[in-house]
Design a binder for this molecule. Structure first.
Ligand code: BV8
Ligand code: ZN
Length: 252
């Protein structure tokens, strides 16, 4: 790990700044949650890539819901990693807003384990939630087996995972809160995201246009790398604990 880059990044994060953290699947990778893109990402199977498109739900709902049910079941066996835990502690060192594209609840679990309350906004929803495709009624219930194509008790409509598919709009209030956080940010910290999916990918660009400094922690270069003040190449699971310690030591 490039300690010089970590120290350069920490200089922007000391002194209790306002920070927007843009999180992608890379943060959960070392918890065993597969990423979408990259060499061993889920999208290497084109059929899986289709399962994140809303129109696939019309064409092959059973196969799509079975894939989502497998991912829901996997939630029972994954735990936050050291990156989630370090990020939770970092939220105590400034005015942090976390805008996550991840649909797992590992960041919430990490904050709970650290005894920390943090502002976490799920731009693409949550796997643990189920909602009716017709009337929008929400059920926060992991016991539903979506692979059996359950129906809504209120209207008889089709139940589906509480996530946002390509071709569906993001929850407006959530997106607006994250856009406000981007406008207010001194720093935008991008953790394990390829920066390819909009409108989530517009948040770092919006933050930068309002004067924020961009810092990226990723094992690869991304669509946003050339906008960054600092790029720390490495896994969030190893870099974030070091970064958090440098920030904490500087505060004493
Ligand atoms: C919308 C479902 C309006 C949930 C997902 C043309 C141009 C621009 C935009 C568009 C366009 N055509 C269409 C659009 C809009 C489209 C879009 O952006 N398309 C792109 C791809 C061209 N967006 C939408 O449709 C959005 N809605 O715009 O609404 C609208 C309304 C009606 C009609 C039309 C439009 C909806 C987007 C939500 C899509 N839902 N998933 C689920 O099943 O999970 S997308 C999927 O990709 C995930 O949700 C994820 O959030 C998202 C982004 O992935 P990342 O999190 O960035 O992760 P990725 O796998 O890509 O990369 C991993 C990264 O981590 C890599 O950089 C890797 O190097 C790094 N990494 C790996 N390991 C580590 C690591 N880093 C650090 N440490 C490690 N250990
Ligand atoms: Zn319904």
């Amino acid at each position: 790990m490039n300690l010089h880059a970590v120290r350069k990044a920490s200089a922007y994060l000391i002194g209790s700044p306002t920070v927007l953290v843009c999180v992608g699947s890379g943060l959960s990778a070392e918890s065993g949650v597969p990423t979408f893109r990259g060499p061993d990402g889920m999208f290497t199977d084109p059929r899986i890539a289709n399962f994140t498109q809303v129109d696939t739900f019309e064409r092959e709902p059973e196969a799509m819901l079975t894939w989502y049910q497998e991912r829901r079941t996997q939630l029972n066996s994954v735990r936050p990693n050291t990156g989630h835990a370090a990020l939770a502690r970092m939220t105590n060192t400034g005015n942090y807003t976390i805008a996550t594209q991840n649909v797992d609840n590992l960041m919430e679990a990490a904050c709970k384990a650290e005894g920390i309350e943090a502002a976490i906004h799920h731009l693409h929803g949550l796997l643990s939630q189920v909602r009716c495709h017709e009337c929008g009624k929400h059920f926060d219930d992991l016991s539903f087996d979506l692979s059996r194509c359950p129906r809504c008790e209120a209207c008889g409509g089709r139940l589906r995972p509480g996530v946002v598919w390509f071709g569906e709009s993001l929850p407006e209030p959530t997106l607006e809160m994250c856009m406000q956080a981007a406008r207010d940010a001194d720093v935008c910290l991008m953790l394990g995201t390829s920066g390819l999916v909009y409108p989530a990918a517009a948040l770092p660009e919006m933050a930068r246009s309002h004067g924020a400094k961009l810092i990226e922690i990723n094992t690869e270069l991304t669509a946003h790398s050339d906008l960054c003040e600092v790029i720390v190449r490495g896994s969030t699971a190893t870099v974030l604990p070091v970064l958090e310690r440098v920030i904490r030591d500087a505060a004493h």
